[in-house]
Design a protein around this ligand. Structure first.
Ligand code: ADP
Ligand code: ASP
Ligand code: MG
Length: 415
């Protein structure tokens, strides 16, 4: 007997028929003698619909009230799934995050889980029940409902698996695992049977939305064995076959010499670039420009400062596109103090990244990446690197071309 957490995404929960399929799959695992907690997302499109409703009333909704609304999609899902299990004769019970003590901080719309009280859930599991808990949400110290950011049900599932010391967390989704890049963009993308935790963390944080970044952090910090697999297969397929399918996030130190240099290509379409021209080049310039941006809770990604000419320099950084206007407004408001001549911005840029632990032991990856992009006539605006990734900022209109060309150049379609 093992203790397994299942997570089902929006497409997997997308209709009552799909929910009945989820119930059949969950019942199969429970029948095999396992303790099962299920964490479903809202039905597909539902969270978008709820947020759009809020914006019809208030274009910049109050974050607390927005979370009150956005969290309800999952509440519907858990109730429906519990009923679908009961209709199959199973003893199932559904809870919202706050009913089982999922404590978060108070950062509405992007809250972080701080603790989970497992007593109620363990008692239900001891009584042989299947426990279903809403993804994406929790409660802060003041009793407010919070949500964990888009895609947050992944994080709920892995955090619950960590807190309850589950043996494994299975993330069921609409693809059959982690691919070398988004299979919706590159037809030749190949499924990986295994990926290292470090690579998955980079891919997720560089834009591969198959897993929310924080879920990968939880998996790493608490060593939760996590597997991504399809919910669209026959729910009655043999359990041992299903248990080995998909992609396992591995914690092994990769010493395998045959490990590919690059494991995957990630991309972030919605980026924006801001250049502050003619700032006096003196100690503290980066701090004075980025300090007010940080105070406005805007996350900065890539940064470049040019060499100075005549005591003046240019400073460029990127932010997520939905923060672009706000970032420009913050700088304009500080124009006098910063002493820059003007701002230039580009709200139509994207970031493409190559990720692989093999980069540590291989040289030439960057030059191959730059050559491939130059052969496609794609101009690189900014570059950033870490030990296991290289990212470039390019014009949005070449993003898919760049992803396809790099996938081919690194022969990622080949095992
Ligand atoms: P869910 O609703 O189950 O949470 P998501 O839409 O959040 O599903 O994530 C699954 C999607 O992630 C896939 O349909 C796929 O288009 C996308 N995706 C992006 N990058 C990758 C990748 N490297 N491997 C697999 N899927 C990816
Ligand atoms: N329903 C939430 C969203 O659409 C959370 C999730 O699906 O993971 O972002
Ligand atoms: Mg998701």
């Amino acid at each position: 007997m093992a203790f397994i957490v299942h997570k089902y995404g929006g497409t997997s929960m997308g209709s009552t028929d799909r929910i009945k399929n989820v119930a059949a799959r969950v019942a199969k695992w429970h029948d095999a003698g396992h303790r099962i907690v299920v964490v479903p997302s809202a039905m597909s499109g539902e969270t978008n619909r709820l947020i759009a409703l809020a914006k019809e009333i208030m274009p910049q909704p109050d974050p607390r009230e927005l979370d009150m609304i956005a969290s309800t999609g999952e509440q519907v899902s858990v109730g429906l799934l519990s009923m679908a299990l009961q209709a199959r004769g199973k003893d199932a019970v559904s809870y919202t995050g706050w009913q089982v003590g999922i404590k978060t901080d108070s950062a509405f719309t992007k809250a972080r889980i701080q603790s989970i009280d497992d007593k109620r859930v363990q008692a239900d599991l001891d009584a042989g029940k299947i426990v279903i808990i809403t993804g994406f949400q929790g409660i802060d110290d003041h009793g407010n409902i919070t949500t964990l950011g888009r895609g947050g049900s992944d994080t709920s599932a892995v955090a619950i698996a960590a807190a309850l010391k589950a043996d494994e967390c299975l993330i069921y989704t609409d693809v059959d695992g982690i691919y070398t890049t988004d299979p919706r963009v590159v037809d030749e993308a190949r499924r990986l049977s295994k990926i290292t935790f470090e690579e998955m963390l980079e891919l997720a944080s560089l834009g591969s939305k198959v897993l929310q970044t924080r879920s990968v952090e939880f998996a790493g910090n608490y060593r939760v064995p996590t597997r991504v697999l399809s919910s669209l297969t026959d729910p009655l397929m043999p359990l041992d076959e299903e248990a080995k399918s998909g992609t396992l996030i591995s914690f092994e130190e990769e010493s395998n010499m045959e490990q590919a240099v690059i494991s995957g290509i990630a991309f972030q379409r919605d980026e924006a670039k801001i250049t502050v021209l003619g700032v006096p080049d003196k100690p503290g310039v980066a701090f004075h420009i980025l300090g007010p941006i940080a105070d406005a809770n805007i996350e900065v990604d890539m940064i470049i400062q040019n060499v100075s000419v005549d005591g003046k320099t240019d400073f460029t950084f990127t932010v997520s596109r939905n923060e672009y206007q706000r970032a420009v407004a913050v700088l304009e408001a500080n124009k006098e103090a910063l002493g820059f001549s003007r701002l230039v911005g580009d709200g139509k840029v994207s970031k493409v990244s190559a990720v692989g632990v093999g980069m540590r032991s291989h040289v030439g990856v960057a030059s191959q990446m730059f050559r491939t992009l130059s052969e496609e006539g794609i101009n690189i605006m900014m570059i950033s690197t870490s030990e296991i990734k290289i990212s470039v900022l390019i014009d949005e209109k070449y993003m898919e071309l760049a992803v396809r060309a790099l996938h081919k150049a690194f022969a990622l379609e080949q095992a």
